[in-house]
Ligand binder design. Structure first.
Ligand code: ZN
Length: 139
């Protein structure tokens, strides 16, 4: 009776140890993958107005992004040497939106992104923030 209890205890201890090792390895590999896909960018905001994009509403390219799509919520301007056009991004603070790198901008160089907003006032309200930007991988 005593031996079997001891054996049971050792079996449980081993199982718990293997479980802990498994969790630690999983966490480590997740951290490594995250560090390759997520980085801190300085985020600012813009809209389609003349101040931001230097195009009048009468211009046929008004509101059209560098990739040829209509700018809308979720459109982000990037430096295409860092993030290629068409990439899908998750941005800290906007858990419900998958953003798309569809635009570029003269001031958007390096680790900078520019979020499109529907009005100049909303773009000004956003201001400038340092946010974690995560590349959404294509599955
Ligand atoms: Zn504007």
């Amino acid at each position: 009776m005593k031996i079997s209890k001891k054996t049971a205890f050792i079996l449980i201890k081993n199982a718990v140890l293997s479980f802990i090792v498994f969790i630690v390895i999983s966490l480590l590999s997740m951290t490594i993958i995250d560090s390759m896909q997520a980085e801190v960018f300085t985020a600012t905001a813009y809209c389609s107005c003349k101040k931001c994009c230097d195009k009048e509403p009468s211009n046929k390219w008004y509101g059209i992004t560098a990739s040829g799509r209509q700018a809308k919520w979720g459109t982000v301007a990037v430096d295409r040497r860092h993030i290629k056009l068409g990439s899908r991004l998750r941005i800290e603070g906007f858990p419900d939106t998958v953003f798309r790198a569809d635009d570029v901008g003269g001031a958007i160089k390096g680790k900078r992104i520019d979020l499109w907003f529907p009005s100049h006032r909303k773009a000004l309200e956003f201001g400038r923030k340092k946010l974690v930007v995560e590349l959404v991988s294509d599955l």
